[in-house]
Design a protein around this ligand. Structure first.
Ligand SMILES: [Zn+2]
Length: 140
């Protein structure tokens, strides 16, 4: 499939460059290059053979092997083989989740730390915020 650079970019960024099936990191420059590290293709979530469209909402970045192995199976069934149910988040979504996680971490840390007095609350709150921020936003 011949794809314009902007379309590839948009589809790649949609999952922050992770395979939407197994979450392996893909290499943008290795599009369609079988055997290369992070080689990827555009995958039709709803297979073309089953009437899936070429429109953006149906297209995801995927490892070449994941794409070929998926064949006509549904996206949900192949993601489940990897214990996953959702596509990786886009960068924008990722930042939102990280913000929420760090606020939640700060609150939890503050409550836990308050048993050690005000300094405990401050120290634990910042530790909590950092832990929340560092948490993988794809696990929720
Ligand atoms: Zn994959």
């Amino acid at each position: 499939m011949k794809v314009a650079y902007q379309d590839k970019r948009k589809i790649y960024d949609r999952t922050t460059g992770y395979c939407h099936i197994c979450r392996k990191k893909l290499s943008f420059g290795n599009y369609g290059l079988i055997g290369q590290k992070g080689a990827w293709e555009i995958e039709h979530s709803n297979p073309k053979s089953l009437g899936g469209s070429d429109r953006f909402h149906n297209l995801y970045a995927s490892c070449i092997s994941c794409n070929r192995r998926k064949n006509n199976k549904s996206t949900l069934s192949v993601r489940r083989e990897h214990g996953l149910s959702r596509a990786p988040l886009s960068n924008i979504k990722r930042k939102e989740v990280k913000k929420v996680n760090s606020i939640a971490g700060a609150i939890i840390g503050g409550v836990v730390g308050s048993v050690m007095g005000p300094w405990g609350a401050i120290v634990c709150s910042s530790i909590g915020a950092k832990m929340g921020y560092d948490r993988n936003p794809d696990i929720y």
